[in-house]
Design a protein around this ligand. Structure first.
Ligand code: GDP
Length: 140
């Protein structure tokens, strides 16, 4: 079933290089409405909880270190068919494989420092949005 919300993070590499504004512009121009947004910095422990599903993967420790290495922007986005359309907008995990014009193709540095996160399912979009934002911090 299509959902109308997804969750994103502008990751430390993109934030540090001052690409947040350009990325948010692409997101809004693609028709996504910002429902909640904040700048924050994760601890290694919180990054570990967010990416717990990857805890058995060899890159897990590196990923937690990277995601806690600097500020990020977390946001909930609204649009029809949000999860699928946002995955298309950001492109493949590895920027080398990402299609031209996608956010990762333009801004990502590597398979790890890949500029943005986008939820991969309706269920995870709801879980991830609730991980960062209470009901009083989002529109609806
Ligand atoms: P996503 O859904 O496209 O973000 O990709 P995954 O859920 O598979 O991986 C989560 C995140 O882990 C990615 O966005 C990357 O930041 C990182 N990652 C994925 N694969 C690798 C890898 O092979 N090596 C490293 N160092 N990081 C990876």
């Amino acid at each position: 079933m299509a959902t109308n919300r997804t969750f994103t993070m502008i990751k430390p590499d993109a934030f540090a290089e001052g690409n947040s504004g350009a990325i948010l512009k692409m997101i809004e121009e693609a028709g996504f409405k910002i429902v909640a947004m904040k700048a924050t910095q994760l601890t290694k422990e919180i990054a570990g909880k967010f990416y717990e599903v990857h805890s058995a993967r060899p890159f897990y420790a590196d990923l937690c270190a990277y995601m806690s290495s600097g500020p990020i922007i977390a946001a909930i986005l609204e649009k029809e068919n949000a999860v699928e359309d946002f995955r298309k907008l950001i492109g493949a995990t590895n920027p080398a494989d990402a299609a031209d014009g996608t956010i990762r193709k333009i801004f990502a540095k590597s398979i790890e420092a890949n500029a943005v996160h986008g939820s991969d399912s309706d269920e995870n979009a709801a879980i991830e949005g609730a991980f960062y934002f209470s009901m009083t911090e989002r529109v609806g």
